[in-house]
Design a protein around this ligand. Structure first.
Ligand SMILES: Nc1ncnc2c1ncn2[C@@H]1O[C@H](COP(=O)(O)OP(=O)(O)OP(=O)(O)O)[C@@H](O)[C@H]1O
Length: 368
């Protein structure tokens, strides 16, 4: 039996005469937490609402456990889908207590009291069952919303920006707790967010959407280290592109020297390429002939993010432990230490200083 719980096959959906999402194909395995991530307006909520059955689809299909829920000719009503939903604004019933809110979807269940009690414990609200929503903090209200959505044991839980009304530390803590709760129950879920760190903290698979089209559906690790498109590369994490020339399938001549990656690219030798360098790819090296001037500095606590300018004018970022402190205007020796070389075919010509003939580079041993 397939362990795929949710399938979006070539899905298109939107509003009257306006296609928001097109050719979207995603498979979510049972027990996994998926995510739709992308800039505002890219179609995340529209997709989630289609999965829930609130919006029709104009092409393709949505399947849950192999059963078609939505297609242009077929639409299972939302209440028959066995899909739970958690919203950004909690959407609790203000006139019902916490316990009554949680019991709402299982009112006819003979063991509802036991289930509500267990869920109250699960979301750490054991003593607050008799309170009303307005007597709770935002984080507590979202826990109630989660418990209410889990009570009917949905096959799939949809979470639409569930933490965006919470701030800083609480947001980070609750998102971790929600992941633990979903994993403990084996509940499959799909989260929508525009916050990359939240997507990475909570989800197993993340889909990056741009203007209604899926750019990549992958693990957080692969999205960061092996982005499939320049958009994903710049949307996920930090980093700058520098221009280079492909010397061999896995080496590139750049103004930072020759960089060798861990995989081969099927582009013609000599191609102009853009090389992605993340802040953690740049390390300080005293005495290095390669130098950069610090033009920006952002203290992050345990680490500091520096903006660096090369003599050629190119800009990079580097992240160093914060005890390794430098001042604006300081000139640093640097080198590249990149395990994952991410390159994309570039338009136009190559403009790298220190161009070396390929034979000379290879003869000298590839170095950075
Ligand atoms: N009810 C509606 N009727 C018509 N157009 C809509 C409706 N709801 C959303 N849209 C449009 O559909 C597009 C996608 O909206 P959607 O809410 O899915 O984006 P999103 O990625 O969730 O954005 P955000 O992160 O800002 O919530 C936008 O251009 C939006 O203006």
């Amino acid at each position: 039996m397939s362990d795929i719980v949710l399938e979006l096959n070539n899905l298109a959906c939107g509003y009257a005469g306006h296609k928001v999402v097109q050719e979207l194909s995603i498979h979510l395995r049972a027990g996994d937490i998926g995510c739709l991530l992308g800039p505002s307006g890219c179609g995340k909520t529209t997709t989630l609402r289609s999965i829930a059955g609130f919006e029709p689809v104009s092409a393709g299909e949505i399947r849950l456990d192999g059963q078609v829920l939505s297609s242009p000719t077929h639409n299972v009503p939302p209440e028959q889908r066995r899909i739970g939903m958690v919203f950004q604004d909690y959407a609790l019933f203000p006139h019902l207590t916490v316990a009554q809110n949680i019991a709402f979807g299982i009112n006819k269940h003979p063991e509802r009291q036991r289930i509500v009690g267990e869920l109250l414990e699960l979301v750490k609200l054991g003593k607050l069952g008799q309170r009303y929503p307005h007597e709770l903090s935002g984080g507590q209200q979202q826990r109630v919303a989660l418990a209410r959505a889990l009570a009917p044991e949905p096959r799939l839980l949809l979470l639409d920006e569930p933490f965006s009304n919470l701030d800083g530390e609480l947001r980070r803590r609750l998102s971790g707790e929600v992941r633990d709760i979903l994993k403990a129950r084996g509940t499959s879920a799909m989260l929508v967010t525009h916050d990359q760190s939240e997507a990475f903290a909570v989800c197993d698979q993340v889909g990056v959407l741009r203007e209604g089209r899926l750019q990549q559906w992958d693990t957080p690790y692969n999205l960061y280290h092996e982005p499939a498109t320049p958009f994903v590369a710049s949307f996920i994490g930090q980093g700058y592109f520098i221009r280079g020339q492909l010397l061999t399938p896995d080496t590139v001549q750049t103004e930072l020297g020759v960089i060798r990656g861990n995989r081969a690219y099927q582009l013609p030798t000599g191609s102009a390429v853009d090389v992605l360098l993340r802040p953690d790819d740049i390390v300080g090296q005293e005495g290095s002939s390669l130098t950069a001037t610090i033009t920006g500095k952002l203290f992050l606590g345990a680490s500091t993010l520096y903006r660096l300018q090369l003599a050629t004018g190119s800009v990079l970022e580097a992240i160093f432990p914060s005890h390794d402190d430098h001042s604006l205007g300081e000139v640093l020796g640097i080198r590249v230490s990149a395990d994952h070389l991410v390159i994309f075919s570039a338009q136009g010509s190559v403009n790298v200083s220190a161009q070396l003939p390929l034979e000379q580079v290879l003869a000298s041993g590839v170095s950075v």
